[in-house]
Design a protein around this ligand. Structure first.
Ligand SMILES: Nc1nc2c(c(=O)[nH]1)N[C@H]1C(S)=C(S)[C@@H](COP(=O)(O)OP(=O)(O)OC[C@H]3O[C@@H](n4cnc5c(=O)[nH]c(N)nc54)[C@H](O)[C@@H]3O)O[C@H]1N2
Ligand SMILES: Nc1nc2c(c(=O)[nH]1)N[C@H]1C(S)=C(S)[C@@H](COP(=O)(O)OP(=O)(O)OC[C@H]3O[C@@H](n4cnc5c(=O)[nH]c(N)nc54)[C@H](O)[C@@H]3O)O[C@H]1N2
Ligand code: SF4
Ligand SMILES: [Mo]
Length: 716
């Protein structure tokens, strides 16, 4: 690009809820319009490419369907599904001043009448930037005294389980998977949900590594593997314990690592005696020989790396499963080798100054004058029930960064809640979604090209600055702006409500007068350099060649004992099993309801959407619309029900039902069916797969159980 070129490039960061958190170079023309997005070639994990969804990002940014100005529901228009393309008829355009004043007045009134905890924020990682995910919004709701949201819908079971074993969410650096000789993708659809790990796997395979995928569904990743182990859903704890049984029986463990680095080994060794390959085979649907082969291969390949993503922990006993799997590299000492160990998440590397960003202390200045109650986001339907109990009922719901009418489990219960005439709902969104169909006010939000942020990642070790590349479209405003303005309108006089994005970035990084971070693991990160380079590694990842990061290879760890904890004293203190064990899910083939609903449902995400994001865009939709209309089942299960490929079927349980098209898939385990997450409003019945999922919570972390649901499928 010559000096005279009218084009310029800005470094932004993809803020979707994805482990890869890509560096994105945005090309801007002389009119200030973005004309191109590309992966940052200088970023060691992004490596110059974007996934298919974000490569087409300008379709999202410049979509004619964007919400461009504040909207207020017209008087008398009932809440509920609106005809797609004609949603605007239900609303009238208003100015930001009017919107903010009216919303502030209504929140004040609600707080006075029902208590501040009757106000519930509902957000997740639709914007995963540090500021966009949780900063000014948290200050606002804390100062208000609103209920706190327990953000469990995605990763809480696995995150808490991992931390019980290791104390911190760290793992094999993504780039170092290229050094492994064996890679196990365990409940990890790498090709679909973590594509920037794939080049590292390919590199390892060129050097002779094998790829094993453990997943009940034959994903693109599984189809590309050397060995696809189609395990039954929710039985991973049994498999991991069975592997340990074989490893210990054949003395393949690393005694030195176990002696120096771990606690509770003898109890664990006693426990795994129960998990013979024969018993584990009965639960998992594998053969004893397969379990033995997997254990031997895993324990003898050096280095061996497990990519454990969040698929395993969306099950009722997913916490125990993650703990068991996480312990495998500690049994074999895999952490000692570069490219050995496991990765669930790398988010523990980023020590953002959350106290300052979120200001939980402001709760004491709220009318509540104490810490507010926690409401679990994975049981939203339950939370929105009206019980006429002062203080317990939710009377105002403020949604941002999330689309609960699509993504929350037990869709019908959520919908009954959102329909309540006495619930005041505000939604800050880029698009008119199923959730905005229930809104009293819809406020226009920005895309990551239109605001500034700083980002960590849960799939790599780089801090990145996301610069605003273009002016916001229409009257779209960022989350930071919205909650700062609302705070001022509510009469909150604390200066923190006047902070802008630059102030918040400096606070997040905890910088000194020279703009240098004072936080652990980020001591060399300086704002000026970050601005110039776009990305900087955390301290321990600065010299990956000369000083590779070997997590958990030496102590002490941040667990209570300072060791890898095979037996957890904290679980024991809560009266729970301190050791991992296998328990079949309530909604599984071994459950009481299996006679009526014999099929285990995997309510899956789509490879070409990001949860519910992108589903409304035509170009993305072309690739997934047909999948999202399907229910896949094993030929034997289809035959038993007289179902042929292409038949219209009804998939049902006690929570709801949905009409889908049967697709026979011989790669599924028998007794397992698979369906996809989509926008309900794009389905003829106005429903999605979450009519079938349940609000039951996981064993550890009280997370969502999208992959533990029983259904029956009948031909129509
Ligand atoms: N393209 C795309 N990328 C995404 C997303 C998306 O929707 N689309 N979502 C993003 C988000 S929010 C997240 S949290 C991450 C999640 O990334 P992943 O954890 O990879 O996502 P999932 O598809 O939930 O689960 C991975 C795999 O686990 C399998 N699985 C289900 N139950 C079990 C089980 O009991 N045992 C085993 N072994 N496997 C099981 C599923 O069949 C699935 O293929 O991806 C992010 N990236
Ligand atoms: N059946 C089934 N259900 C699932 C899952 C599954 O695998 N199966 N996966 C679950 C998982 S892992 C997750 S993480 C959840 C995720 O569910 P959500 O948190 O709802 O995530 P998204 O579907 O990406 O929707 C985020 C919404 O935020 C909006 N948004 C984006 N950026 C901004 C912004 O800056 N400001 C505001 N105000 N809004 C913004 C987007 O337009 C989008 O509509 O879904 C869960 N639901
Ligand atoms: S969704 Fe994930 S892979 Fe795609 S651009 Fe964003 S961070 Fe990268
Ligand atoms: Mo997620």
């Amino acid at each position: 690009m010559g000096l005279s070129s009218p084009l310029r490039t800005v470094h932004a960061v993809c803020n979707h809820d994805c482990p890869d958190t890509c560096g994105v170079l945005v090309t801007i023309d002389a009119n200030g319009r973005a004309v191109k997005v590309a992966g940052d070639p200088a970023h060691p994990v992004t490596q110059g490419f974007l996934c298919g969804k974000v490569a087409k990002y300008l379709d999202l940014v410049y979509s004619p369907d964007r919400v461009l100005y504040p909207l207020r529901r017209k008087k008398g228009v009932p809440k509920g599904p609106l005809v797609r393309g004609r949603e605007l008829e239900a609303f009238e355009r208003i100015g930001w001043d009017e919107a903010l004043d009216e919303i502030a007045a209504k929140l004040n009134e609600t707080s006075e009448r029902y208590g501040p905890e009757s106000i519930l924020p509902y957000s997740y990682a639709g914007n995963s930037g540090v500021l966009g995910y949780g900063s000014m919004d948290r200050r606002f709701f804390h100062r208000l005294g609103a209920s706190r949201l327990d953000r469990t819908i995605c990763s809480e079971a696995g995150g808490v389980a991992w931390n019980l074993v290791y104390g911190k969410k760290l793992g094999v650096p993504t780039e170092d998977f290229s050094h492994a000789k064996l890679i196990v993708a365990w409940g990890a659809n790498v090709h679909g949900t973590n594509i920037h790990l794939w080049p590292q796997i390919e590199k390892a395979r060129r050097n002779g590594a094998r790829l094993i995928v453990i997943d009940p569904y034959r994903t693109r990743t599984a189809a590309l593997a050397d060995w696809h182990i189609a395990i039954r859903p929710g039985t991973d704890a049994a498999l991991a314990l069975g592997m340990m049984h074989v490893i210990l029986r054949e003395a393949l463990e690393d005694r030195e690592y176990i002696a120096h680095m771990t606690a509770g080994f003898s109890e664990l060794a006693e426990r795994v005696k129960e998990y013979t390959p024969q018993r584990v085979a009965e639960w998992t649907g594998l053969t004893p020989a397969e379990i033995e082969q997997l254990a031997r291969e895993y324990a003898t390949a050096k280095p061996a790396a497990i990519r454990l993503n969040y698929g395993v922990q969306r099950a009722e006993y997913g916490g125990a499963a993650v703990r068991a799997i996480a312990m495998l590299p500690a049994i074999t000492g895999a952490w000692k080798h570069r490219g050995g160990g496991a990765q669930l998440s790398t988010s523990g590397a980023f020590a953002w100054n959350k106290q300052v960003l979120e200001r939980p202390d402001l709760q004491l200045k709220s009318p509540l004058a104490r810490e507010a109650r926690l409401v679990n986001m994975s049981a939203l339907g339950e939370a929105l029930k009206c019980r006429d109990q002062a203080g317990a009922d939710v009377h105002a719901l403020f949604v941002y960064n999330s689309n609960p009418a699509a993504v929350a489990p037990n869709h019908n219960a959520v919908r009954r809640g959102l329909e309540r005439a006495n619930l005041f709902t505000v939604v800050h969104e880029l698009f008119l979604t199923d959730t905005t169909d229930y809104a009293d006010y819809v406020l226009p939000a920005t895309s990551f090209l239109e605001h500034t942020d700083v980002e960590g990642a849960y799939g790599h070790y780089f801090v990145q600055l996301s610069q605003r590349a273009i002016e916001p479209r229409g009257e779209a405003r960022s989350n930071v702006w919205l909650f700062g303005q609302l705070g001022v309108r509510m009469g909150f006089t604390e200066p923190c409500f006047k902070d802008n994005a630059e102030d918040l970035i400096a606070q997040a990084l905890n910088v000194d007068a020279n703009g240098r971070s004072q936080s652990p693991q980020m001591a060399h990160i300086a704002l000026a350099e970050l601005r110039e380079r776009g990305h900087l590694p955390v301290d321990f990842h600065r010299e990956p060649e000369a000083a590779p990061f070997l997590p958990f290879s030496s102590g002490p760890l941040t667990t209570p004992s300072g060791k890898v904890e095979f037996a957890s004293p904290s679980l024991a203190a809560e009266g729970l099993d301190p050791l991992p064990g296998f328990t079949p899910a309530t909604e599984s083939r071994w459950g009481a309801d299996a006679a009526r609903f014999p099929l285990e449902l995997l309510a899956r995400k789509a490879d070409n959407y990001l949860n519910s994001s992108f589903a409304g865009l035509e170009g993305h939709r072309k690739m997934e619309a047909a999948n999202c209309r399907r229910i896949e089942l094993h030929p034997a299960d289809a035959a038993a029900r007289g179902i042929a490929d292409g038949d219209r079927v009804r998939v049902a349980n006690d929570r709801g039902s949905i009409e889908l098209i049967a697709r026979v898939n011989a790669n599924l385990p028998t007794g397992v069916v698979a369906g996809w997450l989509d926008w309900p409003k794009l389905h003829p019945e106005g429903r999605n797969i979450n009519v079938l999922t349940s609000e039951r919570l996981t064993d550890i972390g009280a997370g969502a159980t999208f992959y533990s649901a029983l259904v029956e499928v009948n031909k129509i």
